[in-house]
Design a protein around this ligand. Structure first.
Ligand code: GLA
Length: 411
């Protein structure tokens, strides 16, 4: 009898933690890339839009550049059926979600969906509160690959527990689903969400503007620079499979080309998920070129997964550095001014070091060769100080590749 008790005690203490499921590991070793309907289309979503967007993602070259997810945001929902299963809106999604997922998969892409931890979504549709396991099962049956999980109408709920419940539900449903936490940074998700989701929003919603705040009365949305400034102190919490999410892109939604380029560069440097938010079916050549710039994307997708840090600033032009794999770096000079600015940066004199990644830019030695990302051309080396003019609301984005010390024979 005594032995039995000991056995049970051991079994409970050893096995109980194992009963708690994990998130699906490894789905976002680098920040997720895709598209989401909200920024451009709001509640105006339909299976037609999703199919056409999947086609456009392939045709525009975005898929080849690394974009993978087609995400339907709020308002796809109809009602729950008599047994509580959620249905898509029949008018806008007449073929059903399974058929839509099959279509998106047939294009070599993945399908994302949206729900909310509360009783209703932000758009007033049925939320998942009380239906978490049933909803997760439904999404798995449909073939959904990504869930953005919002935080409206959650009075009385604790964010960490609510997101854990959905993580458990997704795990139980058995289909690998990237879990994108969206509670706007209100409950410091960076301090608890690493094992819960693959990314977490750090701020309220983005506003399609480079430098402004939009006041909606009870809440505010934020321009590109405002979102950037809110990232201070967060970089040490992000890394492979757990990213700070600066919200979806507004590239192609009406800012100037310079601003769009700067916006994309900032998201690349800070290793934020790259989720396009424009109409892919009608985008301009400039927009396509920004969204598919291979070098900017590879800065974002660098396997080291370290966010950039602000080193210094000069006349409201900020100098940012991002350590990359294989001893390389990315550098961004971000001009926050509306007017152009001439700045200089002496690689040899500045002490560029990062305690978090334990990397530093040696002032002496063979230096680095520079590549201008947006012009796609060589830009000299760090042996000479950088002197450059940056247009208003624009960036200079460079990659720094270590020069190899020539051997004696080569000299
Ligand atoms: C919140 C989210 C947005 C979007 C809307 C949908 O505001 O933060 O990204 O999903 O809800 O209603």
């Amino acid at each position: 009898m005594h032995d039995m008790k000991v056995f049970l005690l051991v079994a409970v203490t050893v096995l109980a933690p194992m009963a708690i499921a994990q998130k699906f590991e490894g789905l976002a070793k680098t920040p997720q890339m895709g598209w989401n309907s909200w920024n451009k289309f709001g509640c105006d979503v339909s299976e037609k839009l999703i199919r056409e967007t999947a086609d456009a993602m392939v045709a525009s070259g975005m898929k080849d550049a690394g974009y993978q997810y087609i995400n339907i945001d709020d308002c796809w929902h109809g009602e729950r059926d008599a047994r509580g299963f959620i249905q898509p809106n029949k008018e806008h999604f007449p073929s059903g979600m399974k058929a839509l997922a099959d279509y998106v998969h047939s294009r070599g892409l993945k399908l994302g969906i949206y729900s909310d931890a509360g009783w209703k979504t932000c758009g007033g549709k049925p939320g998942s509160r009380g239906y978490e396991f049933q909803d997760a099962l439904t999404y798995a049956e449909w073939g959904v690959d990504y869930l953005k999980y919002d935080w409206c109408n959650t009075d009385g709920l604790k964010a960490e527990s609510a997101y854990l419940t959905m993580r458990e539900a997704l795990r139980k449903a058995g289909r690998p689903v990237l879990f994108s936490i969206c509670e706007w940074g209100d409950n410091q998700p960076w301090s608890w969400a690493k094992d819960v989701g693959h990314s977490w929003r750090t701020t309220g919603d983005i506003y399609n503007c480079f430098d402004c705040v939009h006041d909606h009365g009870t809440w505010k949305s934020w321009g590109v620079l405002q979102i950037l400034d809110k990232q201070e102190g967060l970089r040490e919490h992000a890394g492979p499979d757990h990213w700070n999410d600066m919200d979806m892109l507004e590239v192609g939604n009406g800012m100037s080309v310079n601003e769009d380029r700067a916006h994309f560069s900032i998201w690349a440097m800070l290793a934020s998920p790259l989720i396009a938010g424009n109409d892919l079916r009608t985008m301009s050549r400039e927009t396509t070129a920004i969204l598919t710039n291979r070098q900017a994307i590879s800065i974002n997708q660098d396997p080291l997964g370290v966010q950039a840090f602000k080193h210094s600033s000069q006349d409201d032009v900020e100098f940012w550095f991002k350590p990359l794999a294989n001893g390389a770096w990315a550098f961004m000079a971000l001009n926050r001014n509306k007017e152009r600015r001439k700045v200089s940066f002496s690689w040899a004199r500045e002490d560029v070091s990062d305690a978090f990644s334990k990397r530093s830019l040696p002032a002496h030695g063979p230096g680095y060769t520079l590549q201008n990302v947006w012009l796609n051309r060589a830009a000299g080396s760090t042996l000479k100080p950088l002197v450059v003019e940056v247009a208003g609301h624009d960036v200079l984005l460079l990659t720094l590749t270590p020069r190899v010390m020539p051997t004696k024979r080569e000299m």
